[in-house]
Ligand binder design. Structure first.
Ligand code: SAM
Ligand code: SF4
Ligand code: F3S
Length: 493
């Protein structure tokens, strides 16, 4: 499979398609006597969210207005479903939502429905849509995001369904797209796409294709631009950011990106996801320790604490190797947080293997863990392994693991009580009631109140809190978060 860098040769067609769709939706809006709308559903990881920000940018350039919520699903003129295939329940979610349209179609509603994202790289899913969901107008894979306006225009103008799944792996720079960012203060910046690791349980290398890295200078240009537009936090994204740069000819590595990004003083927080233990360099950890605006938080998937299981997962490190990295991180990044992903019930996992996972969790003292029950992904190697674990055994082990990881998370939260932490404010807390939320530089979630005397200060504005820094007195630990009271702003504004 070849990797193709998207240059500007298709851009004229891209812009033309957007203009034509703008005309089409403007006519539609006039005929309906209301603005033409879109609803965009995102089912996946942060890379999917980042793709959705580009889809939203393109849809808005076509003159469409956003409506939200799955209740509104069929009320929109264009519905885009950006799917994820990492576990079976993600697949079910899409087909459940697609089923909703059947009744709307029979009641005369006529949305244009597009399905894209990782599930569309799995031939069975595409076939199922072809067969059972005739009202889906457009299907395309994540590699062709840069062609969305062209594919949509063609589907609309030809009044027939279009299925466009390609054999190439494209890489387009962010500057190719209009981007509608979800948060005012945080920018998602993918630095690479795809994955070459082929962990035996994982669909991502099939869905996202071969590893390919964006240009270093384009990334830097984007970061400078984001800083000048007021973004205070950037999230550098990739399935395995530590292998950034392979295949590019300038010799730049992920550590170079992190170091350069940290020199942009407007950024209060530089975060990254995900890292793979096999090629996380000490230099990255050193940069985390030494640069104040680089998050003191490392998300490093362990997956299993058993060397036998790791080998069968095609994860080329051992539990001891993982713990060596964990120790170096703890030693260099004092008070930092270490989080992980763990899969329970991988084929062939014995009770002894599972107990090793529990032991590594305790030794690494994870601050948080995303725990998953193994889900068979057709097409992956592990799906063919004969020794699949019975569901009741998986559920029982999963219960024991989450009990341990939940208690580690609670202990991590408790360690913050009594401290004054600098928080980057994310906005009003989901809980409401005059509570705000934000995160520490270690990515701990903090819910806090703001005393009336601070609210009464000149210049205080509730609508512009997002992205500001403040000091919070942490008073109480919950299982996954902490509560506190704001003391003062610390960003000198
Ligand atoms: N590239 C990242 C890494 O290696 O750290 C992981 C990205 S993947 C989208 C997120 C997590 O989903 C993985 O770390 C793994 O724990 C989990 N996962 C992937 N495939 C899975 C499967 N078939 N069943 C259960 N969990 C799975
Ligand atoms: Fe999947 Fe492994 Fe690649 Fe992560 S590194 S995306 S788990 S194949
Ligand atoms: Fe992400 Fe799901 Fe694809 S986790 S890369 S959206 S399979």
């Amino acid at each position: 499979m070849s990797i193709i860098r998207v240059d500007n040769s298709e851009k004229t067609e891209f812009d033309k398609a957007i203009e034509e769709l703008k005309g089409y939706f403007s006519d539609l809006s006039k005929s309906k006597g209301r603005p033409a709308t879109y609803n965009l559903l995102t089912y996946g990881c942060q890379l999917n969210e980042s793709d959705s920000e580009k889809l939203a940018g393109m849809l808005q350039s076509m003159g469409l207005e956003k409506i939200e919520g799955s209740g509104e699903l069929a009320a929109a003129d264009v519905v885009v479903m950006n799917t994820c295939s990492v576990r079976e329940n993600a697949d079910k979610h899409l087909f459940g939502n697609l089923g909703v349209f059947k009744s709307f179609r029979s009641s005369g509603e006529n949305s244009i429905i597009a399905v894209c994202g990782c599930m569309m790289k799995v031939p069975e899913n595409v076939e199922k849509i072809r067969r059972s969901y005739p009202y889906v107008n457009l299907v395309f894979d994540p590699q062709q995001l840069h062609r969305f306006p062209i594919l949509l225009r063609d589907a609309v103008s030809m009044h027939k369904r279009s299925v466009s799944i390609c054999g190439e792996d494209y890489i387009a720079e962010d500057s190719y797209f209009p981007i509608e960012r979800e948060r005012k203060f945080r920018a998602l910046v993918p630095i690479m796409y795809g994955c070459n690791n082929f962990c035996t349980y994982c669909i991502v290398p099939y869905a996202r294709g071969r590893e390919r890295s964006r240009s270093f200078s384009e990334i830097m240009k984007e970061l400078e631009d984001l800083a000048s537009k007021g973004y205070r936090e950037v999230m550098l994204l990739g399935q395995n950011v530590n292998s950034y740069g392979k295949g590019n000819d300038d010799g730049k590595t992920f550590a170079d990106i992190l170091e350069e990004a940290s020199k942009i003083s407007e950024f209060s927080r530089i975060r990254f996801m995900s890292s793979h233990p096999k090629d996380l360099s000490d230099r990255v950890i050193d940069i985390m320790a030494d640069r104040p605006n680089v998050e003191k938080h490392l998300h490093l998937a362990l997956q299993s604490g058993s060397d036998v299981v790791l080998k069968r997962m095609n994860r080329p490190y051992t539990a001891e190797g993982y713990l060596r990295i964990a120790d170096y991180f703890r030693e260099r990044v004092k008070g930092g947080s270490l989080t992980t992903d763990i899969i329970v019930g991988f084929p062939g996992e014995t009770e002894e293997d599972f107990v090793k996972t529990l032991e590594v969790c305790s030794r690494a003292a994870f601050d948080a863990a995303f725990t998953f029950q193994y889900s068979i992904r057709p097409g992956t190697k592990a799906a063919e392994f004969p020794d699949q674990i019975p569901a009741d055994v998986v559920t029982e082990r999963f219960g024991r693991l989450t009990e341990l990881t939940n208690s580690l998370t609670e202990q991590s939260c408790k360690r913050l009580v009594g401290r004054k932490e600098e928080i980057l404010i994310e906005g009003i807390s989901k809980a409401g009631g005059g509570v705000y939320s934000g995160r520490t530089i270690t990515n701990h979630l903090v819910n806090f109140t703001i005393p009336d005397e601070i609210k009464a200060q000149a210049g205080f504005c509730e609508d512009s809190l997002e992205g500001r820094l403040c000091s919070v007195d942490i008073q109480y630990a919950r299982p996954y978060s902490v509560d506190g009271v704001m003391e003062r702003f610390t960003d000198g504004k």
